[in-house]
Design a protein around this ligand. Structure first.
Ligand SMILES: Cc1ncc(COP(=O)(O)O)c(C=O)c1O
Length: 211
C-alpha cells in the first residue's frame, strides 16, 4: 500500500477497539524495492503481525509467528490450544537454533538472489513468448500474476496447459461470489529452475495459441 493508504488504515484503527491483521507472508523476498517497514512497528497496540516459514523454508514445516498486543496474549494462547494444542516443539526448537546461528539470514540472502534470477527469467520469457499476458505483482514473493486478455477463457487455457504438461492455477478461485472475474494465470517460481521456467512458459504460450 502507498504511504497515504497505510496512514489512513492506521487512522481507521485508532478508533475504538479496532485491530489490523498484517499478513506479511512475503516480506522476506522483495526484489526491486527497499523493504517496507511493518505497520506493526508503527502501532504495536493496534496491529497483529503474522509471519510464516512457509515461503522462506518450506510450507510443510507448518510454522509461523504472531506479534500481537500483549493484552491479547492470553486469548491467543487459548485459541491456539483449542485449535491444535500447539505446534510441534522439536521443529520450533530447530528453527530457533537456525535463527540464532545466523543460518536463516544466510539462507535468505542466498535465496533472494536465486529467486530474483528466476523471476527475471520468467518475466523475460513471458514478454518474449506470451506477450498477450500482462504480468503484475512481481516486486516481491515467489509468484507472478499474469492477466489474460479480457474475455479470455481462463479454464480452457489451464486445461490446455495441463494437457501439455504444465499445471498452473488460475485467478478465478480467488474471487468471492459473483464478483466480476478478470481472467489470469498464476506463475509460481519457488520450485522450478530457470530452464524449467522457460520450458513451462513456452508450453503455456502454446496453450494460449490453442495448440
Ligand atoms: C495470503 C497468505 N498468507 C499467508 C500464507 C502462508 O500460509 P501458511 O503459513 O499457512 O502456509 C500464504 C501462503 O501462500 C498466503 O497466500
Amino acid at each position: 500500500m502507498s504511504p497515504a493508504r497505510r496512514a489512513a488504515l492506521l487512522d481507521w484503527a485508532s478508533v475504538g477497539k479496532r485491530l489490523i491483521l498484517e499478513d506479511d507472508y512475503d516480506a522476506e523476498y522483495r526484489y526491486d524495492r527497499q523493504p517496507i517497514g511493518s505497520l506493526q512497528g508503527l502501532a504495536p497496540e493496534r496491529v497483529i503481525y503474522a509471519g510464516s516459514a512457509s515461503k522462506t523454508l518450506a510450507p510443510g514445516l507448518r510454522l509461523g509467528w504472531l506479534i500481537a498486543p500483549g493484552s491479547l496474549a492470553g486469548q491467543l494462547a487459548a485459541v491456539k490450544m483449542a485449535n491444535d494444542r500447539g505446534s510441534a516443539s522439536l521443529e520450533q526448537l530447530a528453527l530457533a537454533d537456525f535463527l540464532e546461528a545466523g543460518e536463516f539470514d544466510r539462507h535468505l540472502r542466498r535465496m533472494r538472489a536465486v529467486y530474483r534470477d528466476r523471476r527475471t527469467v520468467l518475466l523475460d520469457a513471458l514478454r518474449r513468448h506470451a506477450p498477450q499476458l500482462t504480468p503484475e505483482g512481481a516486486s516481491a514473493g515467489l509468484h507472478v500474476v499474469a492477466w489474460l486478455p479480457d474475455g479470455a477463457d481462463e479454464a480452457r487455457v489451464i486445461d490446455r496447459a495441463a494437457g501439455l504438461g504444465v499445471r498452473l492455477p488460475g485467478m478465478a478461485r480467488n474471487y468471492l461470489g459473483s464478483a466480476p472475474r478478470r481472467p489470469g494465470l498464476l506463475f509460481g517460481y519457488g520450485r522450478p529452475g530457470e530452464r524449467e521456467i522457460v520450458e513451462g512458459v513456452l508450453l503455456v504460450a502454446q496453450a494460449l495459441r490453442g495448440g
